[in-house]
Unconditional design. Sequence first.
Length: 205
Amino acid sequence: MAKSTCLIELHFLPSIAYMKAINSYDAVYLEAHENYNKGTFRNKCEIVSATGKLLLSIPLSKGKHQKMPIQKVEINYDFPWQRNHWQSIKTAYGKSPFWEFYFDEIKELYFAKEQYLFEFNLKLLKKMNEFFQIKTDLQLSKQYDKSSAKTINDLRNTISPKRTSSNLSHQPYTQVFQDRLPFQANASCLDVLFCLGPEAPSIFS
């Protein structure tokens, strides 16, 4: 039986929809030869805070990033965005049921000063796959093709801050601030990790 394969761009601490998408394929090609597009999840993610979804954005080095080859986009460390992000993550999930089981490993990766956005995102995605026991074979694309081969499902740019395929919706689960907020769907996978722990993979099925 032929393996199911998709092509998708690499996101920063991907959304639940993204993780659900890659979990449904035997093999995933990560788009490694595209040009950077601003206003996407390539350098942004959404966690769930006490007031609703909170956008975390990785600052990029000075210069024109739009249309720059994705593997050459550099992270800016001129100010302590890692510390600021981590404080927001801890405030959001510090009292979650599974915070203590995962935060050490995530923090170690988070504070590593990777030069390139692509490498930083890739290390985080591999760690998330490990936590969620996602066995999908991850590979990098060899070249940029505007249209993918017929045997590969092209999911590039189908998950963004503005739109997500209805096929990737997921069931609700207990969130940290459910006593004051309606359910916040499709947040970063950090949300379901800290809230459900080892039961999180059920959300991706």
